[in-house]
Design a protein around this ligand. Structure first.
Ligand SMILES: Cc1cn([C@H]2C[C@H](O)[C@@H](COP(=O)(O)OP(=O)(O)OP(=O)(O)O)O2)c(=O)[nH]c1=O
Length: 191
């Protein structure tokens, strides 16, 4: 694989690690896209729109052929949860997730600059949390870990023990549905 042809449009260390773990060679270029849902926008459409914007905006700013953008959101009882704005917000989100089922949606997009082609998808994983005690929530929030995670938790970190069940892709929850992304990159000739 010729280096520099795939660009991951992300500042997320999780996405970088996941894509690298699949043996894909790529460059990284962080995008800076405002993340606000349009009123009435369906959650999956929102995640895909952001993923597309990240990929396309990055293509305008740096060299490369294929640009991969992604966005992960948590959806619980109709609420789209991005990253918490502060610790109180993280506590609120974790209380809401306690003992119930929610969806983690990662939208991803691959922009092919040479063909001006765009591939976009959303992958959904269902996650069920055990009921959380207030002390568990406050201890976890005090670690600081929830602050840069959608839904205020990291399944790969301190929240692993809170997860009772998961139905669907695990890497999708961490931030990039690896199986699907690698398959798509192969299909479009990027790998
Ligand atoms: C639910 C969950 C989310 N997350 C992370 C993945 C994403 O990094 C983050 C959601 O924020 P995103 O806005 O999707 O991504 P980002 O801002 O971190 O990076 P970029 O936009 O530059 O690509 O939450 C976990 O690491 N573990 C989890 O279990």
């Amino acid at each position: 694989m010729e280096k520099g042809r795939i660009v991951l449009a992300s500042a997320s260390p999780r996405r970088l690690e996941l894509l690298a773990s699949a043996g894909v060679e790529f460059d990284v270029f962080a995008s800076d896209i405002p993340e606000e849902p349009i009123p009435g926008e369906a959650p999956a459409d929102f995640a895909v729109r952001l993923a597309r914007d990240k990929a396309v905006a990055t293509a305008a700013r740096t060299e490369g052929r294929w640009f991969v953008g992604a966005d992960t959101i948590v959806v619980c009882a109709g609420e789209i949860m991005g990253k918490p704005v502060d610790e109180a917000d993280a506590v609120r989100m974790l209380r809401k997730l306690s003992g119930v089922s929610h969806e983690v949606i990662t939208g991803y997009a691959v922009y092919d600059r040479e063909r001006d082609g765009l591939l976009c998808k959303a992958v959904v994983t269902r996650v069920v949390f055990k009921p959380l005690r207030d002390e568990e929530i406050s201890a976890y929030v005090a670690t600081g870990c929830p602050m840069d995670k959608a839904g205020a938790y990291a399944i790969q970190g301190g929240a692993a023990y809170m997860v009772e069940r998961i139905d669907g892709s695990y890497t999708n929850v961490v931030g990039l549905p690896l199986c699907e992304v690698v398959e798509d990159l192969r299909r479009i000739g990027a790998l």
